[in-house]
Design a protein around this ligand. Structure first.
Ligand code: PLP
Length: 393
């Protein structure tokens, strides 16, 4: 049981869909199948704007967003709530883009009033984009994208709002158009249950206008990818054929069978069960949810604090004895430090059902007992009480 926050568990259906001979990449079935992916991706992102698919991971997609809208010397405002927006800011600096940073630490969401103040102070409108992460996978904070948009509007900012949805697409509600995001990026290996290698960029007309003043480089350019005259242009070369078949099956499951609203509801339920269990453990020991306020918690990943160094021992126990791999404490001190070893993460994105959630929680519960770590009773009971909500409809 891989319970890390990405890559996530791949359903057999996705793997089986990929198990095939190489197709013709110039005509035939592959082309129709690929074109059918775009409307479904837009359904997931809740946008009627443009969608481009790249062969790449999240780091590649950060650059796609930056290269298609900004040039060296431009300034962006980076809203840090964990490790990931920080990484996006680093990618910007590597392209010669200046970064203005608002760092909210590892335990709090973006404060929109700070965003508004900063943008108001930017009298000449130097800030061309605001970079934020909906779910920061290190802290497991969930940022309020609507509030960030409102703050930008209140400051009359012309900046583009760019949102990283790597960890939240297909897990947490996100409505690109209604919420006013100009660019939204994500990948396939988390909520979309497909092996790492495909990345998505959604962008609206404001972003399309910004593209006109820049030269992103031939491969990175999103224009040919949305206006492709022939199939080969869609991927600036050979299509990632097998990944596309895997993604097709994942979208069948999420968009056509379960439905986006139900997928979000399932992740909400499982997240609440996990929070309830951690809170119960915390009643009799040092365990605690990293994000205190439920409204600020991600439904894709949960970061848990433990007693000093206990997280590492617990992770090792669950992996060795139960076959449950938990996530490391990313972003808390140096890797291997005592602080780092005092946090773990439960990934609950993508292909997940009640036995998987209860199995993960049960294994952690066993580990706490086996290792003699102080913890409260009733964690599994607390989780069951949340999960029965689903059975009752
Ligand atoms: C996983 C993740 C990334 C990085 O994705 P890679 O595919 O590892 O490059 C970026 N942002 C967020 C929020 C993520 O969860």
């Amino acid at each position: 049981m891989l319970a890390i926050p990405g890559p996530s568990i791949m359903p057999d259906r996705v793997l089986n869909a990929m198990h095939r001979a190489s197709p013709n990449i110039y005509e035939g079935e592959l082309l129709d199948m690929t074109h059918s992916l775009y409307p479904d991706l837009k359904t997931l992102a809740r946008t009627s704007g443009n969608a481009a698919i790249y062969i790449g991971n999240g780091h590649a997609t950060w650059e796609v967003c930056l290269r298609n809208t900004l040039v060296e010397g431009d300034t962006v405002l980076v809203l840090i709530t964990g490790r990931f927006a920080e990484g996006w800011g680093e990618a910007a600096r590597a392209l010669g883009i200046k970064t203005q940073i608002l760092d909210f630490g590892m335990q709090a969401p973006v404060d929109p009033t700070k965003v508004e103040e900063t943008l108001r102070a930017d009298k000449d409108g130097k800030i061309r984009a605001v970079l934020t992460v909906q779910t920061d996978t290190a802290s497991s904070v969930l940022n309020d994208v609507v509030a960030i948009r409102k703050a930008m509007d209140a400051a009359d900012s012309e900046a583009l709002l760019m949102v990283d949805g790597m960890a939240s697409l297909g897990c947490d509600r996100f409505e690109m158009d209604a919420w006013g995001a100009d660019i939204y990026m994500a990948g396939c290996q988390k909520g979309l249950m497909t092996p790492a290698g495909l990345a998505f960029v959604f962008f609206n007309d404001r972003a399309t206008d910004a593209r006109k003043r820049v030269s992103p480089g031939k491969y990175w350019d999103w224009v040919p990818r949305v206006e492709a005259d022939y199939f080969y242009m869609l991927f600036s070369g050979t299509a990632p054929t097998h990944h596309l078949y895997g993604l097709r099956e994942a979208l069948n499951m999420l968009v056509h069978e379960e439905g986006v609203e139900n997928v979000w509801a399932r992740h909400d339920l499982f997240a609440r069960a996990i929070w309830a269990a951690v809170e119960a453990w915390g009643e009799g020991g040092d365990m605690a949810l990293n994000i205190a306020t439920p409204a600020h918690r991600s439904r894709a990943v949960t970061t848990v604090a433990t007693g000093s160094g206990e997280a590492k021992a617990l992770r090792e126990w669950t992996e060795r004895e139960a076959g449950v791999t938990l996530g490391i404490g990313l972003g808390f001190g140096e890797q291997g430090s005592q602080l780092f070893n005092s946090y773990f993460r439960i990934g609950h994105m993508g292909h997940l059902n009640i036995p998987m959630v209860m199995g993960t929680l049960g294994s952690i519960d066993c580990g706490l007992k086996a290792l003699g770590m102080a913890h409260g009773d009733g964690a599994l009971d607390a989780a069951s009480r949340v999960l029965r909500g689903r059975l009752a409809g």
